[in-house]
Design a protein around this ligand. Structure first.
Ligand code: FE2
Length: 349
């Protein structure tokens, strides 16, 4: 006669397997073991924490350089820029939309459609084929830039509760003032290559722009988490993509139970912790990025943090990997509280 192994006392653990984010089939796996814990990982397909503040000085972008990619996949990348001086050229990405998040600093963003004075917490959508430059840097500007071949739209779920589009999403204001005659350059970014056009007049200012709003901006202080009394729920989506390849959600503190252990079969998850004062699990440093590649079992911290914190989540079907600059600022992560992974150290589940 054979005997079955005895299950340890205590409630079983669950692991949610989800297809297509949370919009496809979902299955619950019931287990004795707590599945996010691992003791070692060998190879590059691993969850990582990245610290954008740690990018070396040589990678700080100057007035004519593009942001530095730290994670990239087919048609999607996560990039960082740190601007201490105004742009000496203008930029136009003709193959991808760009979503700029201002981590710190202030400046004057000049675009084909007018001007935005940007400040920390601003999320600016610069769709493809829009020319832009930083005409002034009031204080050093650090940005995270999500670059995607998808068409991104500011389309918050549960508006106006999460984000009131009428009140809190704005557009650039035309400013017809031209720079003096001189040598002006526009760098056309087309995939991994660039082509430069020169002009003897200032090509960026406009007198007016009418029609559909193209460049859009909101500040994360006007985004509010959705709370529930019991259970967890998907965080609210802020930016949509009709192809579902690249989606952006709000992930600030909210009333909810801790999210379940899960593995997301189709999406890499990239969380940007951008402001406290509250901790998000083991994360308390603004500019920290938490990357969990698709298919890895993870838990993630409690989101109900009374002190409050601000974060957002990029989900992408693209298979991301670290770039050389990304590897400089990345460390392996455990997937309970999103702390640094230390072999042999008990994981704080
Ligand atoms: Fe997740």
């Amino acid at each position: 006669m054979t005997s079955q192994p005895e299950a340890p006392a205590g409630p079983p653990n669950i692991d949610l397997y989800t297809r297509n984010g949370f919009s496809g089939p979902i299955a619950t796996i019931v287990r004795t073991q707590y599945a996010p814990v691992y003791t070692a990982v060998s190879g590059t397909y691993a969850p990582h924490r990245l610290d954008v503040n740690a990018l070396s000085g040589s990678l700080v972008t100057n007035g004519s350089s593009l942001p530095v990619p730290i994670l990239e996949g087919t048609d999607v990348s996560v990039e960082v820029s740190h601007r201490t001086e105004p742009s000496t050229v203008a930029f136009r990405n003709v193959l991808a939309d760009e979503l700029h998040y201002v981590l710190e600093g202030e400046g004057r963003l000049e675009t084909d459609f007018g001007v935005l004075e940007v400040r920390p917490g601003d999320m600016v959508l610069l769709p493809r084929s829009v020319t832009y430059r930083y005409g002034a840097i009031t204080s050093p500007l650090r940005e995270v830039v999500i670059v995607t071949a998808s068409e991104m739209r500011v389309d918050p779920e549960n508006a106006p509760g999460v984000l009131n589009v009428d009140l809190h999403v704005d557009a650039p204001v035309p400013d017809p003032r031209m720079g003096p005659p001189g040598d002006y350059k526009v760098i056309i970014r087309h995939g991994g290559r660039c082509t430069t056009y020169s002009y003897d007049y200032d090509p960026v200012p406009c007198l007016a722009a009418v029609g559909a709003p193209i460049v859009r901006r909101f500040n994360m202080e006007n985004v509010h988490g959705l709370g529930v009394e019991k259970g967890g729920l998907m965080p609210p989506r802020l930016l949509n993509d009709a192809t579902t390849r690249t989606l952006v959600f709000h992930l600030g503190n909210r009333r909810s139970d801790r999210p379940p252990v899960h593995h997301n079969a189709d999406y890499d998850e990239v969380i940007f912790y951008v402001a406290g004062p509250g901790h998000y699990g083991a994360v308390d440093k603004p500019g920290t990025i938490l990357w969990t590649p698709k298919g890895l079992i993870h838990h993630g911290p409690e989101e109900d943090v009374p002190e409050g914190y601000q974060a957002f989540l990029l989900e992408t079907r693209a298979a991301l990997s670290l770039t050389p600059a990304g590897r400089e600022i990345a460390a392996i992560m455990e997937t309970g509280q999103f702390d640094f992974f230390t072999p042999g150290t008990p994981v704080n589940a």
